[in-house]
Ligand binder design. Structure first.
Ligand code: HEM
Length: 390
């Protein structure tokens, strides 16, 4: 593309090579940093090598399965706030599900990994995140074609304002935490107490801020998209929706959703997995060859962009029977186990696999269970949701 070599890797065994076996040969690289660096700095999502490794280790504890389960009450409480908001609407009211899910998952991230401080203006923070995220597809697309960084895109002014606002808010949060260094165990404390094993130095205030912003953004928009497409697919497939609702009712006994109910939602979990197959929230995984390597029959020169087009892999005819059909039975345990692990990549794979995977799956199940216990959503007949830019 425009004189720059790009390779699309779609065969599961080669995807495994890129993401796992030879992960050291494929770094995040310039495109990722160009697209996300201005906002997310050189933090966990964008950094490479030893700089990435210690940042990942620093926060790993908060994403362990047992710890994440401890967030379930806060996840359910946030979903209940959304449910209560919907209850106050007149019957048959129309809602923008994408916005509602974004609001719910944002609420969850603030009340879990970043226990919300009373003095944060959460509405302003949410608005700033929205403004800042809006033009992401444009930024990524421009970075992919190698356009100079000064090329403007729709929403650039609001995005910059949003970023500035977020930086101010997070820096003030960090300043306050420094003044009262209580023995907390949240993400902010983990970041502030981490030291680089190579230099022995703690993170700078800027690194802490950039990591917080990474978790706030990476940790809510993706799950919101997964939930939005799940609700969309359920509205088109009432028989699946009925089965999900039956499963939720059987788990809860018709009462409120509680953390102990989530493990009983096996079919609901399959539905979420299938929704993320058809509509993967992270549709493209981007790497850059660090040195000359051979990939299958291809010689790949250092500097080549290497893309794993997750959306296309998830709908490839040689990997999936009737790939465009919504069919949650594909994720029955036996069927899922029989499949090549590298044909299904909503959370990526290898060392850079999504650190929030367990968090997101529990969160999605908790939100769906809470909302579907009370509501049935139907898509407006004329509405045809679109993918991608704009
Ligand atoms: C359905 C929801 C989610 C999806 C589909 C998703 C998807 C992904 C994918 C595909 C990657 C790997 C990117 C790559 O290899 O280049 C990733 C990385 C990451 N995700 Fe998620 N994510 C989700 C939810 C979350 C949540 C809830 C959090 C945190 C609370 C989170 C935090 C991160 C971080 C920090 C990374 C970078 C990890 C690293 O490079 O070491 N994600 N995510």
């Amino acid at each position: 593309m425009l004189g720059h070599d790009t390779i699309y890797v779609m065969a599961p065994d080669l995807i495994r090579t890129v993401l796992l076996d030879e992960a050291d040969n494929f770094k995040k690289g310039e495109i990722v940093r160009r697209a996300l660096g201005p906002a997310l700095g050189d933090a966990i999502l964008t950094a490479d090598g030893s700089r990435w490794r210690w940042q990942r280790r620093a926060v790993a504890a908060i994403f362990r399965q047992e710890r994440v389960r401890g967030f379930l009450p806060a996840m359910i409480a946030a979903a209940e706030r959304t449910r209560n908001r919907w209850h106050s609407l007149p019957s048959g009211a129309e809602i923008d599900v994408a916005q509602e899910m974004m609001r719910t998952t944002f609420d969850i991230i603030l009340h879990t990994v970043l226990p919300v401080r009373d003095n944060i203006d959460t509405e302003l923070m949410k608005r700033s995140v929205t403004h800042y995220l809006e033009p992401t597809s444009w930024i990524v697309a421009l970075a992919m074609i190698g356009a100079p960084s000064w090329v403007p895109y729709p929403g650039i002014y609001r995005a910059r304002q949003g970023r500035k606002q977020l930086h101010v808010m997070l820096e003030s949060l960090i300043g306050q935490a420094k003044q009262s260094p209580a023995d907390r165990n949240d993400l902010l404390s983990l970041l502030m107490n981490a030291t680089d094993p190579e230099t022995g130095r703690p993170m700078t205030a800027m690194d802490v801020r950039d990591n917080l912003l990474t978790f706030i953004t990476a940790g809510h928009e993706t799950t919101a998209l997964a939930l939005t497409w799940t609700l969309y697919l359920l509205s088109l497939h009432p028989e699946v929706e009925r089965r999900v609702k039956r499963e939720i009712a059987a788990a809860t006994g018709g009462g409120p959703v509680r953390p102990t109910h989530i493990d009983a939602l096996g079919y609901t979990h399959q539905v979420i997995q299938e929704a993320m197959r058809l509509y993967p929230p992270a549709a493209l995984i981007v790497r850059e060859a660090r040195r000359d390597v051979t990939l299958g029959t291809e010689h790949v020169r250092a500097g080549t962009s290497v893309y794993v087009p997750v959306y296309a892999v998830h709908r490839h005819e040689t990997l999936w029977r009737e790939p465009d059909r919504f069919d949650p039975s594909r994720f029955e345990p036996a069927a899922a186990q029989a499949r090549d692990r590298y044909s299904y990549l909503p959370f990526g794979a290898g060392p850079r696999i999504c650190i929030g995977q367990n968090f997101a799956l529990l969160e999605a199940a908790a939100v769906l269970a809470t909302l579907l216990s009370s509501f049935q959503l139907r898509i407006r007949p004329s509405h045809n949701p679109s993918l991608g830019c704009g």
